[in-house]
Design a protein around this ligand. Structure first.
Ligand code: GLN
Length: 358
């Protein structure tokens, strides 16, 4: 006696196969190998990984389960071929899947918002550590109440990657995310709502231009950790087709020298940060000297440190907002105004104290 037909039988048998489409191509391994060859020919750097990620996306399985996945249905194979063709035309992988991995997050991305980059995970991680260090500091957040936790600001937030990573990994922090582009704000709000629904402390989204001298006026002198991945690529630099055609220009390019946004951000950050508050700014890999020099020239920063990424390229600079009191030197008048470059004795004193106390 014949068994009753299942949906599976129906789907498979009701759709005639194209004669050229041997069922072999519906094996994920075969489809992936072919796609990887096409992507390699198109100049994609990690063709195999991307072919697998697209197949996993179409099949609705994690990439690690691909080897165990069923054959692609004719529909899935058609969708896979279409996605591979778009990737060959250099549409960003993250636009094709609609998501970008960033630390422990999966962010929704697409046209109108900058796709977060793996190297920015380092700055976000530094920000997480800084926020955690201040989690129990009753004076954090400008002393506006111990319950507020450290106040963390993410400027040029884009999809919300840095802000949402801090909110997830340093749950004591109050996080404010600033973005000016209406298109990017829509993605940011969506990601922020998704993370809040998932149980993270909600991030506050502010629509503003970070070069506005009055930015976040109510937070002046209160910010514990200020993070920023600004547009910083010098205008004349040739960027890959994915970036040129799909990342918003205003999120990538920072004027002729790439520092057009960084300069006002450093100036405003010195006003927003509380004494002892810290700043982390990502920059172009050609600015490993220029950004620390701008921080030193400002006079309101100390402990200026340049950080490299895993490939050894200068990637972000960090600094601490001087406290006016610590700037006072015996015999000097006043001490509340900006002071000169970092003094080595600041570090020496800290070292001496540690030695003496142990
Ligand atoms: N590093 C980025 C890129 O490769 C640029 C990032 C930025 O301007 N914030 O395109």
């Amino acid at each position: 006696m014949a068994r009753p037909a299942t949906l599976h039988d129906y789907v498979v048998t009701s759709r005639p196969q194209h004669p050229s489409e041997g069922s072999e191509r519906r094996q994920p391994t075969v489809a992936v190998a072919r796609a990887a060859r096409l992507l390699a020919t198109a100049g994609i750097e990690s063709p195999r990984v991307e072919a697998e990620l697209l197949a996993a996306h179409v099949l609705g399985v994690p990439r690690g389960r691909l080897a165990l996945a069923d054959r692609l249905s004719p529909d899935q194979l058609e969708r896979y071929d279409a996605l591979v063709a778009r990737r060959v035309a250099r549409e960003p992988l993250q636009h094709l899947t609609g998501k970008a991995a960033f630390r422990h997050l999966e962010l929704a991305v697409g046209p109108g918002v900058f796709v977060p980059r793996p190297e920015t995970e380092l700055l976000a991680g530094w920000g997480v550590d800084q926020a955690r260090l201040r989690a129990c500091d009753p004076t954090a957040g400008g002393g506006q109440g111990a319950t507020g936790g450290p106040l963390v600001v993410d400027l040029c937030s884009g999809s919300g990657a840095i802000a949402l990573a801090v909110a997830q990994e340093a749950p004591a922090a109050r996080v404010v995310a600033v973005e000016r582009s209406p298109a990017a704000l829509a993605w940011l709000r969506r990601n922020a709502a998704d993370r809040a629904a998932a149980g993270d402390r909600p991030v506050e989204v502010v629509a503003a231009d970070v070069t506005d001298p009055g930015l976040l006026g109510e937070l002046v002198g209160r910010v514990d950790v200020l993070l920023c991945n600004p547009p910083y690529v010098p205008r004349a630099v040739q960027v890959p087709p994915e970036v040129a055609a799909h990342d918003p220009d205003e999120a990538v390019f920072g004027g002729a020298d790439g520092l057009d946004v960084i300069r006002p951000v450093l100036a405003r950050a010195a006003q927003l940060l509380r004494p002892g508050g810290v700043l982390g700014v990502e920059h172009d890999d050609t600015h490993g000297a220029a950004v620390p020099a701008l921080l030193a020239a400002d006079g309101r920063y100390e402990e200026i440190v340049e950080h490299r990424d895993l490939a050894g390229r200068p990637r972000f600079a960090t600094a601490r907002r001087r406290s006016p009191a610590s700037c006072r030197t015996p015999g000097a008048a006043g001490g509340s105004g900006p002071v000169g470059p970092v003094h080595a004795e600041d570090t020496d004193r800290a070292g001496a104290w540690q030695t003496g106390s142990s």
